[in-house]
Design a protein around this ligand. Sequence first.
Ligand code: SF4
Length: 221
Amino acid sequence: MKALYDITPFTLLDFPDTPAAIFWFAGCNLRCVYCYNPDIVFGTAHIDEEEALAFLRRRQGLLEGVVLSGGECTTYPHLLAFCRCIKLLGYKIKLDTNSMRPDVIKVLIDNKLIDYVALDYKAPEAKTGEICGGGSEKRFWESFKILRQSSINFEVRTTFHPELLDEEEIITMAKSLKRRGYERKYYVQIFQGGVKTIGNLSSSNHRIDYEKLAPYSTVRS
Ligand code: SF4
């Protein structure tokens, strides 16, 4: 079955301590206005599983991991079986997810198919619809709880555009994470303009008070 929009053959940046490839799954269950990947979100898959697995066979011994990204890989109906095939080839798997499918995250963990997760914390409930065109904070917390109760290494991250969220909201989100026992790094990625996005966002003139965010998060610009 066709699964992927594209493959990035090599990255040292996207999977901690692991030379990896990135598999970009076509389609997504959200429509974030700041999304940098509209071609993937609205595009169709044209690389099938067998082609992707053949690529991994050729890279055995060179790569150690695969990042499942997109789009949103948890919407792919054959993800479990596909991950099993990747694991059989000896690769570690990192899941990049918008956190809206806690059920899929749980099944992947229960079957020992993932090794690391980057979990998006999109926005407070009141802003989720406006920023993401759907979804819910509740589902983020369900995914978070599943990860907290597992032994999987994971990180939480938020994309920050100061006209969509303000510093106080980010701080509230960071405090909510802390209250629930999250002590790892909280990555806040600052929106970069100059690229095509789903909401045709431009970069903001609003000045970001990095000092204010620093005690609560690790800011990536
Ligand atoms: S940024 Fe939003 S719309 Fe884009 S791929 Fe991620 S979850 Fe989907």
